[in-house]
Design a protein around this ligand. Sequence first.
Ligand SMILES: C[S@@+](CC[C@H](N)C(=O)[O-])C[C@H]1O[C@@H](n2cnc3c(N)ncnc32)[C@H](O)[C@@H]1O
Length: 312
Amino acid sequence: MSETTPPDFHHVPVLGPRSVELLDPRDGGLYVDGTVGGGGHARLILEHCPDCRLLAVDRDPRALAAAREALAPWADRVRFLQVRFDDVVDDLEVRDRGIDGALLDLGISSHQIDVDARGFTFREGAPLDMRMASQGPTAADLLNTAAPEELERIFRTYGEERRARALAREVARRRETTPFATSEHLVAAVVRVLGPRTDAQDKARIFQALRIAVNGELEALEAALPALRDALRAGGTLVVIAYHSLEDRIVKNAFREWSRTCVCPPELPVCVCRGAALGSLLTRKPERPTSDEVDANPRARSALLRAWRKAA
Ligand SMILES: C[S@@+](CC[C@H](N)C(=O)[O-])C[C@H]1O[C@@H](n2cnc3c(N)ncnc32)[C@H](O)[C@@H]1O
C-alpha cells in the first residue's frame, strides 16, 4: 500500500444506532468523536443531525486519513485532529465554547489488526510494533528493555495471566540471546510457559496486554474522562464503548462517582455536603450488542457501552 493512499479502514460501528441515540446530537451542537477510526460512528452522528458539527479525533494518522475520505460528503461540518483523545480539551474552540457530547469507541480498529505491518497481530512475521501513533517505544522495545517486574505487572494486570511471573522470566531469558523482533518470538515464549494447549485466545490476551501498555491506553482513558466531563456543556452526554474489563471498570467508577448526590466521607453518619450530582447515568448497567450484531460483526463481541449526562 502506498503511503499516500488512505488504507481501507472500513468499520461497522459497534452499537452504532444505540450510541447515537444516547449521544442525542441536536440543535447545531459541537460533538467529539474521540476515536474516529474508519468514521463509522462519525457518519451516523452527522447523518442523524444535519446541522451539528464534529471534531473527528484519532491519534493514528492513517486512521485519520481514512476518516477524512469516509467523511468527505460532510467535510464542511467536520474538523480533523490528530491527538490523543484526552488532549482534545486543549483545542481552542473546545476551550472557548465547550462541547455538547463526546463518544469514545475504545481499542483498535479492524484495519489496525488486519494489517500485519502495524504489529498488532500474532500472525507469524508481524513486527512487534503495536503503536497507534508512530512515536514512542514499540512492543519489541518494551519486551527487550523493561524490567521483568514491569513485564510481570503488564501480563498479570492487563492480561489477567496467572503465570505472569514465569512468562516475564521467560522473556528476560530469551532476550539475552535473541532480541524480540517479530510476533513468533513472543508466541514462542507464551507457548513455552503456558504449554502446548495455548490457544488463539491466550495469545490474543497476552498481545492485548502488551498493546495496552505500549499505548498507555488506561492512562489516556483515566485522563480523558474528567477532562471531557469538564468540557461538556450543561446537558451534554458522554458515551463510551469499552472492550476490556479494566477499561470498563474505569468508566463505571467515574460515571457512578459523578452521579452521586452526596460526596461526604463514608464514615459520616449524616450527609453534610448537600451536594448536587454532577449528572446522571443513562445506562444503569453496561449495554451489550445483541447476538445478531455479534454474528454480523465479531469485533462487537466484548463491547460494553455506558453513557452519562451532565446536569442541565
Ligand atoms: C475501535 S476504533 C474506532 C472505530 C470507529 N468508531 C468507527 O466506527 O470507525 C478505535 C480508534 O481509536 C483510536 N484511538 C484509540 N485510543 C486513542 C486515544 N487515546 N486517542 C485517540 N485515538 C485513539 C485508534 O487509533 C482507532 O482508530
